[in-house]
Ligand binder design. Sequence first.
Ligand code: NOJ
Length: 573
Amino acid sequence: MQILHRANETHEWWREAVIYQIYPRSFASSGGPIGDLGGITSRLGYIKQLGADAIWLSPFYRSPQKDAGYDVADYRSVDPMFGDNHAAEAMIEKAHLLDLKVIVDLVPNHTSDQHAWFQAALAGGKDAPERAHYWFRDGKGEGGNEPPNDWLSVFGGPAWTRVKDRADAPGSPWENDDSWYLHLFDSSQPDLNWTDPAVHEEFNSILRYWLDRGADGFRVDVAHGLAKDPELPDWQYHWDMVSGGSEVPENVPAPPQWNRPEVHEIYREWRGVLNDYGQPALVAEAWLGDPKDMKLYVRRDEMSQAFNFDFLISPFEEAAYRKVIAESLAEMDAVGAPTTWVLSNHDVVRAASRFGLSTMGKGPNGIRAWEEQPDAALGARRALAAHALQAALPGSLYIYQGEELSLPEHTSLPDEVRQDPTFFRTNGAEAGRDGCRVPLPWLAEHPSFGFSPDGSSWLPQPHEWTELAMDRQALDPNSSLNFFKKMYQLRKVVGLGSAELLEADGPGLHYVSRAQGRDPLHIVTAFDEPVELPAGARVVLASSEVTQAGGEKAEGYVPANSTVWYVVDRQGL
Ligand code: NOJ
């Protein structure tokens, strides 16, 4: 037996919360083809009934939408596409009435190139004071024709663009400007320079702006990227989204742009701002690939949570799960932080498809019709099992909209409808993330599956989603949706306490969760082969019994690729 985690006495709301990720453009629309705040507000009851404690919304701020809102032009106003600031306040108010906390997205690594600062930096030429907010540099080589260093954009191609090469340069005041600017993502997302005190002041003020309007926390985009080595030394490796430095060869120098110690000073400063407002959460989106690094972001005077992407990219295999669960709990416990479980988000192939590919792990950047197609039934079955495995582990968890419906990735989107900049910056070599961002199916028999009142949808939805639509699943007691509801209800009833990993003689991952005053809850995940249950085990939850996952009764054993929760004593549940 291995003690994974001992219950602790700290009870901030985010420590054990179930947090539902809303991707605003694809959740629900109150008008046309793009989801909006009105649509979200009208469906908050659904999220509450699912058993969530909080929502996190991807950005809804004013933006040219070159990276689906992760290119912010004005951090204090809602993009007209999503509504207005009154709609945001109404949404937060309704969420609070339902006792749902609201986490909003904060994008501090870069702004949009349409942000007033960047526009002034372009228009004002080399001496513009606004250039200090970004990384403008002269080029190298003859005539400064080469970028200042060899850094790569996460989205593909170089991380620098020369001002005069911008599409808007001809005829503009910057048409002859030969300076370059840094963008670790798209050329429309210039990186901010966090050595500039004005950048600090501005973000402290943005934090207060949304806290004053009721926000209960912030998900911090690219939290490991804000600080750069001011010398900007060469470093030509690709740092992957979500899996971080896992593809970087060993023995190369530490990256000058990722995971630098200076980022922690920024989060300490923010913690100071947040402390004036009670217990707001700060959630790190940091792709590091090592829980030892991750724990530094959630020390007591910094952030509250950090997405456990090592768990997300783990294959559905016993040894991999044993390792990542034990390591991440140990590391987070060492600094008194909760582990933050996550299986999907708007940047990766949906779990229900990822787990159905022949090679599991982070998966490809999108899937196209002529590429390997996931085994849909196997993928959905494993995804449910992984959800049930994580839902009784200590810590908080994030669920991405549609996971409760076991939605798969859209794997046959035509290239003409793609919008993700990664598709364009890799010249189509990567399909990109549109397949996990398809608008949700609410009503099986309606155009656009009831996503919008006028039946339109910004991306086409697969026909197979008819059976997965929310209204169908609501009526089916063995649906994925009802499984999630039951699971989150039970999670509250049994509570999360300490956790012990058991060494079983046979196959399967076994752990016990012990909450104060409750009977122990046993959790068993079977991988490639079924696992026998001990005599007297009373099954309280079985992922295999979900219709989409095979409908196998977990009587006396845990079927392959599934998870069972059971109690031995009847009392307490
Ligand atoms: C991470 C976000 O989740 C992703 O969608 C975005 O493209 C990048 N950060 C850049 O902001």
